[in-house]
Write a protein that binds this ligand. Structure first.
Ligand code: ZN
Length: 197
């Protein structure tokens, strides 16, 4: 797998002709919440489900066309601004991570991997929080890495007893939840927290 650590001014030419297939043990599937990720093998809580790296693109309202394998067949989909996350003055996204759905009591969490001698985060492990059986959804809590939802806030209906309802990033969570989740937030959200508190 190829990881892109630098800002890519025009990503589209680099996506042409490429087919993105989910990592071993993961499938991109169409379900009740639209596109989402599922595991295709049993995974234990605490185990890394997959590792992925981001593309870093300009902070602009732009879509990219990508070919991805969905339920076994290749389809063209648009990766839009809402699939990406603000990172400093750029935006980042990865495939398949950009297709992961939100849940307020999620089955997994992204763990940033910081390179030696650098404070740039370009890789993450998606780590299971519960035991997963083949077909189970891989979802995550968007508030852990999305600081302020960046104009695409939404109202969650995940059905969890602890559902947040309106989701407006980590900044928008009540203080008691911020304190509870503090040790799980992304490197960038921790940076924003430090800069604003
Ligand atoms: Zn919810």
């Amino acid at each position: 797998m190829e990881y892109d650590t630098d800002l890519i001014l025009d990503l589209q030419p680099r996506l042409e002709g490429r087919i993105f297939r989910a990592p071993e043990g993961v499938a991109l599937s169409r379900g009740v919440y639209g596109l989402g990720l599922v595991v295709t093998r049993p995974v234990r809580a605490g185990e890394a489900i997959y590792r992925s790296g981001w593309f870093t693109v300009p902070n602009a309202d732009h879509s990219y066309r990508v070919l991805v394998e969905i339920d076994g067949s290749v389809e063209e989909v648009d990766v839009t601004r809402t699939h990406s996350v603000k990172y400093r003055d750029t935006r980042t996204f990865d495939i398949p991570g950009c297709f992961m759905n939100h849940a307020c009591s999620p089955t997994s969490v992204s763990v940033d991997l910081v390179g030696d001698g650098s404070d740039d985060v370009t890789l993450y492990d998606q780590v299971a929080l519960v035991d997963l059986a083949p077909g189970d959804p891989i979802n995550c809590d968007y508030t852990l890495f999305d600081w302020d939802c960046d104009g695409h806030c939404f109202t969650c209906s995940c059905g969890s007893a602890e559902c947040y309802g309106p989701v407006a990033g980590f900044e928008g969570l009540p203080r008691h939840l911020q304190e509870r989740l503090m040790d799980q937030i992304s490197y960038e959200s921790a940076r924003m927290w430090a800069a604003t508190h």
